[in-house]
Design a protein around this ligand. Structure first.
Ligand code: ADP
Length: 497
């Protein structure tokens, strides 16, 4: 919060006319503004009460809508003023008059060279009409960090149960991350009402609360997974790497005190059907953490204007349910058009900047797995060290891996007979993806069933192989282009060669 306060102060002193604060905690925003006001006169408008005195919240006149409030402000002599507009997304939505007047006010402020006048736009959502976009600077008011949460718990503990142990406070503080002060207070109250104590038994309430948050907003999907690391054939560089991160994640309290850095996540790029999604799922199971999926394709698809707000909400939500694994599928879709100058380009650029900064500064226990097929659209900044812990490239499986994948899928369906010659199958499937191999196995099993439930043989499998066109062949040109790019970028291979 101190960092944000400093940044806001420097913007105010540099005469930025409009600062947009995104927050679910309006009291926190008010506190911040009070700290920054330094005796300036502060006038507030909010949807419920109209124009009010910022400090006392007493109405200054009869209720009016934003457009009227702004007209009133335009008529006033403004000098060393803070203007605080709460619920701004409600006030501006489909209100051309309010937008036009806000624009006039901001222009007037820019011309006024005498005192500092700053307009604060405050909302939990981002709604910035194009007409005033260039006047506005956007800020996220952070949710309470671990130290602040610790203070909140201590305040409650002092009243309820003064003898809560330090280690319990630490564990609760970690679990409460991602929630607002209000939500934390409510949970502590509920936990205390239940058994007259504040302790680790309240952690289940935290999980239920976080699941609620996800359901309410509907941007993320919470997946239940059963895939295990053993279900992945090959990828023998990637698997031990994940295992190591799993050790850190599951002993995070100890690891942190030892000085280990919080893992940020991994980017897995490469050929379709070769196990990227499978790995994302198996990782969540390996870490024993909930898996949240953010589908970039659909996030970007709906309304470009809403994508940015949705991305912020998704990230905040992932932090709220942390510790968790956040799988960002088709991450390349978010970055199409960056720098192209097209209409979606500005949003994409801002969205990208937000994502990068979040990855860079992330301290929450959200392990990100970003997957992408097409790397040509990915901006190089994303691939630079410091964003992800590692970037892996998944190619078509080599011979040993194909053998392994056949084994995985035959075992899974209890059809791995000794008589099946895996070597032969692996030899005959150069250029086939993991998904191709899976479908060969399922197809051969189905044929064997129809054919009087005969047992599965190498010959039958080979016949299906012959009848199947491998993905590599189907998308030949693209594959060559991708492979060339991956080689140029020197990305680490997920497989041992
Ligand atoms: P993508 O790389 O496009 O995300 P997926 O992980 O969705 O590919 O793969 C599709 C299916 O193919 C998986 O559900 C799995 O059954 C099979 N598959 C792909 N790669 C492997 C692999 N390395 N080991 C075992 N199965 C695999």
């Amino acid at each position: 919060m101190k960092k944000l306060e400093k940044e806001l102060r420097s913007h105010i002193e540099s005469h930025y006319p409009a600062l947009y604060l995104v927050t679910h905690e309006r009291h926190e925003a008010d506190k911040l503004i009070t700290n920054l006001s330094e005796g300036r006169k502060s006038i507030e408008w909010n949807m419920a009460r109209g124009l009010v005195d910022f400090k006392t919240k007493r109405p200054l006149m009869e209720w009016c809508d934003l457009a009227t409030a702004l007209e009133n402000l335009l008529d006033q002599e403004l000098n060393e003023h803070f203007i605080i507009l709460h619920d701004i997304h409600l006030g501006l939505k489909d209100q051309p008059l309010a937008i036009a007047r806000l624009k006039s006010l901001l222009e007037k402020i820019l011309i006024n060279t005498e005192g500092v006048v700053t307009v604060f736009l405050i909302s939990s959502q981002i709604l910035i009409p194009l007409e005033i976009e260039k006047f506005i600077t956007l800020f996220d008011v952070p949710l309470p960090d671990e130290d602040s949460i610790r203070d909140i718990i201590k305040q409650y503990a002092a009243v309820y149960t003064p003898d809560v142990e330090g280690s319990t406070i630490t564990k609760l503080a970690l679990a409460f991350q991602g929630l607002t002060r209000y939500e934390i207070g409510q949970l502590i109250n509920r936990g205390y009402q239940r058994d007259g104590n504040i302790g680790l038994e309240d952690l289940d309430l935290v999980q239920t609360e976080k699941a609620q948050i996800i359901k309410k907003t509907g941007i993320l999907e919470m997946l239940t997974v059963k895939e295990k690391l053993e279900d992945i054939g090959g990828l023998d560089q990637l698997k031990p790497w994940l295992q190591q991160k799993a050790n850190v994640m599951s002993n995070w309290s100890d690891a942190r005190s030892f000085g280990v850095e919080m893992p940020k996540g991994v980017m897995i790029v490469g050929m379709p059907g070769c196990g990227k999604s499978l790995t994302a799922k198996a990782t969540a199971a390996l870490f024993n953490l909930p898996l949240l999926k953010l589908d970039m394709g659909s996030l970007m698809g709906k309304y470009v204007g809403e994508s940015e707000g949705n991305m912020r909400r998704a990230i905040k939500m992932a932090e709220a349910v942390s510790p968790c694994v956040l799988w960002v599928d088709e991450v390349e879709k978010a970055f199409v058009g960056i720098g192209s100058g097209g209409s979606g380009s500005e949003v994409a650029t801002r969205l990208f900047g937000y994502f990068l900064t979040w990855m860079q500064e992330k301290t929450s226990q959200v392990f990100v797995i970003a997957t992408a097929n097409d790397i040509s659209a990915l901006p190089p900044e994303l691939l630079r060290k410091g964003r992800f812990d590692e970037i892996f490239y998944v190619d078509f499986p080599n011979k040993a891996e194909r053998l392994d994948i056949f084994k995985v899928h035959l075992t899974k369906r209890r059809k791995l007979e000794n008589s099946i010659n895996l070597e032969k199958l692996a030899n005959k499937t150069d250029g086939y993806s993991g998904a191709d191999i899976e479908s060969i196995v399922t197809e051969a099993i189905e044929q064997a069933f129809i054919d009087n439930k005969t047992s599965l043989t190498t010959e039958r499998l080979l016949k299906v192989v012959d009848a199947t066109h491998p993905l590599k062949e189907v998308m030949k040109n693209k594959v060559e282009e991708y492979q060339k790019r991956f080689a140029e970028m020197k990305i680490k291979r997920a497989s041992k060669i």
